[in-house]
Design a protein around this ligand. Structure first.
Ligand code: C5P
Length: 286
């Protein structure tokens, strides 16, 4: 086998709470993560060095690209004297709070393990993944999960229900490091109750799930970029049960009970935002 193709889905943070700052500088998270149908396609084939190409002019092709960095780390850890030719068909918006880069990195680790028959377990790959970034371990499994610690302590939720979302990415990007850097834990007034969310998830109680869809990082990102607040407002006016920012932003996703309302809302939003998408929960394969 010389060539492998892997799907790399985006993720949403259905809830996101920050419990505190850790001595290592990271923050202690409690977030429910869900992979979605918006995905990149990663093709890798054997080569002598690491080469990255993509259909996006915004992506770098060196170690600043997490896919490149993942390959470098993989060869370093496994001691394989080899390389890989990586092609990224980019569909996930960049710098969006959707873990696009993390998902690409996870796909490269999974693909290389397959291509070079290195037989690392998913647990081994998840450990390697954490060296790349806090969201990367989730992307190894892509199972709906409550993530704690930096994001690597994953407790899967029972096999899920397919939810439909309208996702809107405004025309700017946000650096995660800056958002966490400006987070003031004393300013957080509303936090998600993850236990209540998980109960609602089990019961498929859309209203209760929507009620707990809260992201405490909005206290930073929405203050910096009021447009995010306006997008949330518009989505609610268009009939969403709730609309919330994903990760450190700036993407906003809205949960709809009614598919027709979702389509109408999409038609409105896409006239102002190039990067508006109807997406659904993703549980693997195609
Ligand atoms: O782990 P990753 O490199 O993706 O994180 C990017 C930045 O986000 C970190 O440098 C850190 O500032 C912040 N972060 C954090 N706590 C987390 C995850 C990320 O403070 N649990």
């Amino acid at each position: 086998m010389d060539k492998v193709t892997i799907w790399a889905p985006a993720k949403l943070n259905l809830t996101l709470d920050v419990k505190g700052k850790r001595p290592d500088g990271y923050h202690e998270l409690e977030t429910i993560m869900q992979a979605i149908s918006l995905k990149d396609k990663i093709t890798i084939d054997k080569a002598n060095t690491i080469i990255v190409n993509s259909n996006s002019s915004q992506l770098s092709n060196d170690a600043n690209n997490l896919a490149y960095y993942a390959a470098e780390l993989f060869f370093q850890e496994t001691g394989k004297k080899a390389g890989v030719n990586i092609y990224i068909e980019k569909n996930i918006p960049i710098g969006a709070g959707l873990a696009g880069g993390s998902s690409n990195a996870a796909a490269v680790l999974l693909g290389l393990n397959h291509l070079y028959q290195t037989k690392l377990s998913l647990k081994d790959l998840a450990e390697l993944a954490l060296e790349i970034g806090s969201d990367v371990p989730f992307c190894i499994f892509n199972r709906t999960a409550l993530a704690r610690g930096r994001g690597e302590i994953l407790s899967p939720l029972p096999k899920g229900h397919t939810l439909n979302f309208l996702l809107v990415k405004p025309n700017f990007s946000v650096a995660t490091k800056d958002v966490f850097g400006q987070l003031d834990l004393d300013k957080i007034k509303k936090r998600p109750n993850n236990e209540a969310f998980i109960k609602a998830w089990r019961d498929m109680d859309l209203d209760k799930m929507a009620f707990e869809m809260i992201n405490v990082l909005e206290t930073v990102t929405v203050s910096l970029y009021p447009e995010i607040g306006l997008i949330k407002q518009r989505l609610l006016e268009l009939g969403a049960v709730n609309a919330v920012m994903s990760g450190s932003g700036p993407s906003v996703f809205a949960l709809f009970r009614d598919e027709d309302k979702l389509k109408i809302a999409y038609n409105y939003m896409v006239s102002d935002y190039d990067e508006a998408y109807i997406v659904s929960s993703y549980f693997g394969s195609e």
